[in-house]
Design a protein. Structure first.
Length: 273
């Protein structure tokens, strides 16, 4: 460890054996006058320290590794088998396994930290296939464009975020369920002037951020709730209903449903006022 006389002496001897003498001496002098101990507590990235406690005592990295682990917040020290002080030689499978396990754990933690609580909205036009056959591709395409413009206007008004658009359906998120309900009702009422009906489903839950977009089971549930809604109906999960208790929203119990791909049964409610 930089600043530790024992470490510097060991490093100096190592450099003399592995490098040209001039370069080794210059490197040892540079490290001898570099002391980073004061900044160790300010390191806030995942740190993995590997050392072999059974290595030859005078060449062991273990004291330095323990010192670092005690002073770097959240650092993890793993002691490996073997007598080689350098990790690049000796038992390599244990080194690779330790690194792989650490990286996997960091990825899991990062995924959990990047989750957000959101209300997801799914909507789609009812009977779109029949309307395409009735109106023809060109007229239907113009109608869908007007529908999209209307929905996007309402999403902006109610501070919703458009995540995806597939065909005639929308997937959006809100940071509050009450605004999502108001937006959903406004969408249902507004598109009637276009001569079409939509169904809308809402659910609130922890969503994972995947490539800049929300995903995970909460999104799947929201999509399934939307699929269960009837024409001009806003259907919500029990979670959404519970979160807006005390608001002006009114609901009608639609009973328990099985949602495709989602464990258990889910009680759903239609927004009535």
């Amino acid at each position: 460890m930089a600043g530790d006389p024992e470490f510097v002496d060991w490093y100096h001897r190592y450099c003399l054996l592995s490098q040209a003498p001039g370069a080794a001496i210059a490197a040892a002098r540079r490290y001898r006058h570099t002391d980073i101990r004061s900044i160790l507590p300010s390191i806030h990235v995942p740190v993995l320290l590997l050392a072999r406690p059974d290595a030859v005592e005078e060449a062991s990295w273990l004291p330095a590794a323990r010192y670092l682990a005690d002073r770097i917040p959240g650092a993890r020290l793993i002691e490996l088998p073997g007598r080689d002080s350098l990790l690049a030689v000796g038992d390599q499978p244990s080194v690779h396994q330790a690194i792989d396990a650490f990286v996997d754990e960091v990825d899991r933690e990062r995924s959990e930290l990047e989750s957000v609580l959101a209300t997801v909205l799914f909507s789609d036009i009812v009977g779109s296939t029949e309307r395409v056959a009735q109106l023809g591709d060109r007229v239907w395409g113009e109608l869908v464009e007007r529908h999209h413009a209307h929905v996007r206007t309402l999403l902006e008004r109610y501070r919703g975020v458009e995540v995806d658009t597939a065909g005639d359906g929308f997937f959006a998120t809100f940071d509050g369920p009450a605004r999502a309900i108001r937006c959903a009702r406004a969408i249902v009422e507004g598109v009637r002037s276009l001569g079409i009906e939509v169904r809308v489903g809402l659910h609130t839950g922890e969503c994972q951020t995947i490539d800049g977009k929300v995903g995970g089971m909460a999104v799947v549930i929201g999509a399934r709730v939307g699929s269960a809604a009837g024409p001009s109906e806003v259907l919500v999960s029990q979670t959404v209903k519970d979160l807006v208790i005390g608001s002006s929203a009114e609901f009608e119990d639609r009973g328990e449903r099985e949602l495709k791909g989602v464990p258990g049964t889910w009680r759903l409610y239609a927004v009535t006022g």
